[in-house]
Design a protein around this ligand. Structure first.
Ligand code: MG
Length: 291
């Protein structure tokens, strides 16, 4: 009877209900993974994290689950230290080191500007959002990961931030060095959807740069008629090649779309983890003609 109901729901377009089912962690497999990767033992000892990364819902068209640590780690590439892209003449300069006049947010006071850099408060999970709204856009963001002498147990608490075109679609920011996590949650990933082609992240304290080309999804009523797409270059290296998004960013689930406006604010994430301050400079955006 239960099977029939799920099948009926799936047929009626409620597929997400059927694919969101969580499995339980296989203790033998957990033991095997920890034996192969001793560095993961501490955080995998947390049952919630083990559940998240080993027993999440299966991703459509992929052998992996959402946030799956078993997915192969993308190879690391050296990208040097260069990072500069002055805003083109037709760009909206969102942050030039002086103030946050172009921004707002529910915890706006958490973000501080000092010495030409804006830094997360690392107290409260919140977003800095542009006052203006954008759809298709080219986005440039420079960021710097924090030194954390005593790295947190959970790799996701180490320099976690993110660039969110439309406030909904996250390109992950996270410490890329000695901080292995599920590849669809590492720097360069479209969070819980698409791991980067390579690990092009730099160490804490070194400036890094994202150049993102974002195409907004199109909707007809509640239906998505064209999904969002993103091309992402991290530190001069292509990490997302016109990746098609399956929905707005979620955690531990399979994403799906909910219809929204054609333009929405760009957002930066403060993940709210103590001592994990992420800094930004030179942020600009160019509106692209709808294609
Ligand atoms: Mg993030």
């Amino acid at each position: 009877m239960k099977k029939t109901i799920i099948l009926a729901l799936a047929t009626a377009g409620f597929c997400s209900l059927a694919v969101q089912a969580q499995d339980t962690v296989d203790p033998a497999e957990l033991q095997r993974i920890v034996a192969e990767h001793p560095a993961w033992a501490k955080w995998l000892a947390d049952p919630k994290l083990a559940q998240l990364t080993l027993a999440g819902p299966k991703m459509p068209g992929s052998p992996w689950r959402a946030d799956d640590i078993r997915r192969p780690q993308p190879p690391a590439v050296d990208t040097g230290t260069h990072c500069a892209a002055p805003p083109p003449g037709d760009a909206d300069v969102l942050f030039d080191g002086r103030n946050l006049d172009k921004w707002t947010g529910d915890h706006f006071e958490e973000w501080t500007v000092k010495d030409g850099v804006v830094t997360t408060g690392a107290h409260v999970y919140n977003f800095l959002k542009t006052k203006a709204s954008y759809g298709d856009a080219q986005i440039h963001v420079e960021f710097r990961e924090p030194h954390q002498p005593h790295p947190p147990l959970n790799p996701q608490y180490h320099g976690n931030s993110g660039v969110f075109p439309m406030g909904l679609y996250e390109v992950q920011i996270l410490d890329a060095t000695n901080n292995e996590t599920y590849p669809d949650g590492m720097v360069g990933a479209i969070y819980t959807q698409s791991p980067p082609l390579v690990n092009a992240g730099r160490p804490p304290g070194v400036w890094q740069c994202y150049d993102i080309v974002f195409h907004a999804p199109h909707f007809d009523g509640d239906k998505v008629t064209r999904p969002a797409r993103m091309t992402v270059v991290l530190n001069g290296v292509l990490v997302q090649d016109n990746t098609v998004l399956i929905g707005a960013t979620v955690h531990g689930k399979v994403a799906s779309y909910t219809a929204h406006a054609a333009e929405l604010p760009l957002a930066l994430q403060d993940h709210g983890n103590p001592d994990s301050h992420v800094s930004f400079r030179n942020i600009w955006i160019r509106r692209l003609k709808a294609s």
